[in-house]
Design a protein around this ligand. Structure first.
Ligand code: HSE
Length: 432
């Protein structure tokens, strides 16, 4: 059998990881793929002479690679959206299998690209785009394919989880934790994508398309990041028996599919609350399998490269399943329809009767209180200037009602700052 000739576009963190995995595991990769996997050429606009290309040639023209006759597979690892999607499109038009770790491109242009791939009987592998080494695409499209999916919920941004864990376990500041995540190679080139939830939303829209056939419409994801979460929220959540996690959630409901990315309180009894650092975890609930939790390293050079090289090897064996998404997919529900219990932190004047006023408004809206704390000892830099945070956990209520009630609470003269609201997410069989 002829060697499988591969061209890599990009020479950043993940591309270097791919080179080193192939180098490290050459013999077993070739044996398991059933043919020699040869990295023929690496292209990048930023030459990095310090990187050992292990015999591959170098080109500084990324658009020339997909046109080369001798190549079988093009691996797109340049990141960004426009040029990356152009490289992938060119590769498919020229009859090449494609492997990418680019979630933004898949979330925005994935539908057309997958159609083009399947029309030409080519594989378009993107396992590395979601949750690093965790084989979630493979599971949704192959191992669990007999299920009607009910819920996909997961920690799908390693950087955000790293930051939340460092705040919770080591009392680090947000900024210090973010810098560490960047140094470790977890963050996106623009870390706003991580901390504002955009990266997780890219990944979630792909998962939702695979599980529910929703059209790949990243625009419809409700997105909130972690930048408003304080150490105090994390401490109050802990007191109430929860961890603060940033989740992507897509769920099949009666009239459509929920699609949302935001911080959540997750029961400390659920395994999801123990997923720490840059680890990712995705819970898949299916009507035959029940709940499957897949967890593993969600970011970084080698874990992502593990998924990318796996996709290259699958292209070598040509035993991939064509993936089609988005044909007449179900309606995506607006966030106003979501129903959740809520955690509220309400900065208020330290005087009698404030709690009663807040409770009255909530009760006017039929929002019932599950638990409440008003304990100055817990708060860091709070409660020292005549005000205290009132922390309330409510029972489940629809988002639109909660928003209306909080507008009223916010207007009380005793409330001295913005109210923080975090949804509580009960995942499957947690006992709360
Ligand atoms: N910046 C991403 C993360 C990389 O932190 O999860 C992996 O997709």
């Amino acid at each position: 059998v002829e060697p499988l000739k591969v061209g890599i576009c990009g020479l950043g963190t993940v591309a270097q990881g791919v080179l080193s995995v192939i180098q490290k595991n050459t013999a077993l990769i070739n044996r398991r793929a059933g043919r020699i996997i040869e990295i023929s050429v690496v292209a990048s606009r930023n030459p990095r002479p310090e990187v050992d290309l292990h015999g591959a040639t170098f080109s500084n023209d990324i658009f020339e690679i997909p046109l080369r006759n001798e190549l079988d597979v093009i691996v797109e690892l340049i990141g960004g959206e426009d040029d990356a999607s152009k490289v992938i499109k060119l590769a498919l038009e020229n009859g090449k299998h494609v492997v990418t770790a680019n979630k933004a491109v898949m979330a925005i242009y994935g539908e057309k690209l997958l159609q083009a791939a399947s029309a030409s009987k080519l594989s378009l592998g993107f396992e590395g785009a979601i949750a690093g080494s965790v084989p979630i695409v493979m599971n949704l499209t192959e191992a669990l394919i007999a299920n009607e999916y009910e819920l996909i919920a997961g920690i799908i941004n390693g950087t955000s989880n790293y930051i939340l864990t460092a705040m919770e376990k080591e009392q680090k500041t947000f900024q210090d934790a973010l810098r560490e995540a960047q140094d470790l190679g977890y963050a996106e080139a623009d870390p706003k994508y991580d901390i504002e939830g955009v990266d997780a939303a890219h990944k979630l829209s792909i998962l939702s398309a695979l599980a529910f056939g929703t059209s790949l419409n990243f625009e419809k994801v409700h997105i909130e990041g972690i930048s408003s979460i304080t150490l105090n929220d994390i401490k109050y959540a802990e007191l109430l028996g929860y961890s603060v996690k940033h989740l992507g959630i897509t769920r099949r409901a009666e009239n459509g599919v929920e699609l949302r990315v935001h911080p959540c309180l997750v029961s400390s009894e659920h395994l999801m609350s123990r997923v720490e650092g840059s680890m990712n975890a995705v819970l898949v609930s299916g009507n035959a399998a029940g709940e499957t939790l897949l967890a593993g390293p969600g970011a970084g050079a080698l874990p992502t490269a593990s998924a990318v090289v796996g996709d290259i090897m699958r292209a070598a064996r040509s035993n991939f399943m064509p993936i089609t998404v988005g044909e007449s997919g179900p309606h995506i529900l607006p966030i106003a329809d979501a129903i959740n219990p809520h955690y509220l932190r309400i900065p208020s004047l330290d005087r009698t009767g404030v709690f009663a006023k807040v409770a009255t408004i909530l009760s006017d809206y039929n929002i019932s209180i599950d638990a409440a704390i008003q304990n100055e000892q817990i708060a860091v830099d709070e409660g020292d200037e005549g005000w205290v945070p009132i922390v309330i956990l409510t029972h489940a209520v629809s988002e639109s009602i909660m928003v209306e009630a909080l507008e009223k609470v916010q207007k009380l003269p005793d409330i001295v700052g913005s109210i923080t609201r975090i949804r509580v997410e009960h995942l499957g069989t947690d006992s709360k």
